[in-house]
Design a protein around this ligand. Structure first.
Ligand code: TRP
Length: 336
């Protein structure tokens, strides 16, 4: 159990399936950074979880893991204050997931809404594996093995957390009060549409701005953004609501007066798209510039990121090993 008077623990993970983009920044990383002030945070690269959908080609997983960790630090996560680790470097996650699988009815996993949804939306992938079905169970182990009180997640993960809570309760019913029931920590996050106006930024749709994009690419990508299509000339009044260019302004541009001015001129047909977009690109680059600085520092010492993950994984593992000793005791699977 978590010790009295120690800060509550937060655990969250990210799958290393590609380069991180602005959606990750506002959807997770900003929140992760803020949580460092208040909680004992464990943040990890969920590399086994990446295999649930991408098992056929594993050649990029470790590179993405390193790249993502660089982005975390660039975004303001501090490996001195938080524990960064890699799921597969703490193999006890697999042991706990296996033991949890013994008490978990298959139907509980089948009825997690993301299971069927993803099978439908990711139709090009073979999602018939036990690993994919067991995704939320492995996620339960990820969290329970650290006695996590809170799990910062987006809306899409709430069903997984609910499953985690049910599974830990069921486990505790059999073996005593062993596992902490995790609570979701839902933060209201701005949903960023894709550059193409599509529902969200996604690597596979190619509609993202990467955290590692340089200033010029950002400008070019913003220039190509979807905006009000009926505005073929700057003197045609445009629609601000739901317009991705203005949605981004609202999220990234701290100059509210500038936004208001642009919006009213846009509605009146008194501003060109290029001005609105270039001001957005400027705001985005102002957000990304400090990250670029930190990334440059890290790039000069590439071995540093590996060390951080190895050291963090070692630290995480000491906690995981303790929990597993407790779990084996509670289950009476002990030989000594
Ligand atoms: N399922 C999460 C996602 O896709 C990633 C993840 C794996 C996770 N294990 C976790 C998140 C444990 C929080 C806690 O975003």
């Amino acid at each position: 159990m978590a010790k009295l008077n120690s800060p509550k623990r937060v655990v969250s993970g990210m799958r290393p399936t590609g380069q991180l983009h602005l959606g990750h920044l506002v959807g997770a990383l900003h929140n992760w950074v803020a949580l460092q002030d208040q909680y004992d945070c464990f943040y990890f690269v969920a590399d086994w979880h990446a295999l649930t959908t991408d098992f056929a080609d594993t050649s990029q997983v470790t590179q993405y893991a390193y790249d993502n960790a660089v982005d975390w630090i660039a975004a303001g996560l501090d490996p001195e204050r938080s524990t960064f680790f890699v799921q597969s470097m703490v193999p006890e996650h697999a042991e706990l997931a296996l033991l949890l699988s013994m008490v978990t009815p298959v139907t509980w996993l089948e009825r997690v809404p993301t299971y069927k949804e993803q099978q439908e939306t990711l139709g090009d992938k073979d999602l018939s594996s036990i690993g994919f079905l067991g995704y939320p169970l492995l996620q339960t182990a990820d969290v329970a093995i650290y006695d996590a009180n809170f799990v910062p997640v987006g809306e899409d993960q709430v069903a997984h957390l609910e499953l985690s809570r049910e599974v830990t309760r069921r486990f505790n019913r059999f073996y005593g009060d062993v596992l902490v029931e995790p609570q979701p920590l839902l933060t209201k996050v701005a949903r960023l549409p894709g550059l193409d106006g599509g529902k969200k930024m996604s690597k596979s749709l190619g509609n993202t701005i990467l955290l590692s994009d340089d200033a010029d690419s950002v400008k070019k990508k913003v220039r190509s953004m979807y905006t009000d299509p009926k505005r073929v000339r700057p003197d045609i009044p445009g629609t601000v609501e739901g317009n991705p260019v203005f949605l981004y302004h609202d999220v990234f541009n701290p100059d509210v007066d500038e936004i208001e001015d642009l919006k009213s001129r846009y509605r009146a047909g008194k501003v060109g798209d290029v001005e609105v977009k270039d001001k957005l690109a400027k705001a985005l680059n102002a957000t990304l510039d400090p990250m670029r600085e930190r990334r440059k520092e890290l790039a000069s010492r590439p071995e540093r990121i590996r060390e951080i993950l190895v050291e963090g994984s070692r630290r995480a593992r000491t906690v995981a090993v303790d929990t597993m000793a407790r779990v084996r005791d509670a289950m009476k699977i002990v030989y000594r």
